[in-house]
Write a new protein. Structure first.
Length: 191
């Protein structure tokens, strides 16, 4: 009886994470404000901007957009995986991936977004190399980017190994069932 109540309390505790996702939705508003401010600044200075300034402005907007996408991925996938299923019926624009991404896929999408954001930061540094950045800063940015790339590759590799062992386990189970079922069918034919 105690075990049943304990399990129910543990299961219901998943709702404690829901406010985190609402907080992340709030952070989207802050990102939107920052995007609009950056876009306004970009448009106002577009007539006097150099080619490098235009590229840097576009990269800043892409960076904010990727960060917003990253937040959405975490909100939808996290809620779907850890709190409750979302019913997509009645929403014709519902992206198909939102109900199909598992925790492993979530990690991969997060790492891919982080690598892309990091790459944009490195590209910004290279575009601004003569103005604000010194050699140590650029080496540091490249090192951090490489750490993200290697981490992403290692994460993908470990997930692939995990999927391989899971499929091997399923294959072994199927072989075991197959070995058992011919004997049963033979005995049922003879008996």
């Amino acid at each position: 009886m105690i075990e049943k109540y304990l399990e129910r309390a543990i299961f219901q505790s998943r709702w404690l994470i829901a406010p985190f996702y609402f907080g992340l939705i709030g952070s989207l508003f802050i990102l939107l404000y920052t995007f609009v401010r950056e876009f306004f600044h970009f448009v106002v200075h577009a007539t006097t901007a150099t080619e490098a300034d235009v590229i840097l402005g576009v990269l800043a907007l892409i960076d904010l957009s990727l960060t917003g996408n990253l937040v959405l991925i975490v909100v939808f996938s996290g809620y779907e995986n850890f709190v409750s299923k979302i019913d997509p019926k009645g929403h014709p624009d519902w992206p198909e991936w939102m109900t199909k991404i598992d925790f492993s896929g979530l990690k991969q999408k997060l790492m891919a977004s982080i690598v892309a954001i990091s790459a944009i930061q490195v590209l910004k540094a290279f575009m601004n190399i003569d103005k604000n950045f010194n050699e140590k800063t650029i080496i540091f940015l490249i090192a951090i980017h490489l750490v993200f790339v290697v981490s992403s590759l290692l994460l993908a590799w470990t997930d692939m190994l995990g999927d391989g062992s899971k499929s091997k386990h399923e294959e072994d189970k199927a072989k075991f069932k197959e070995k058992r079922s011919p004997g049963k069918s033979r005995s049922s034919r003879h008996g």
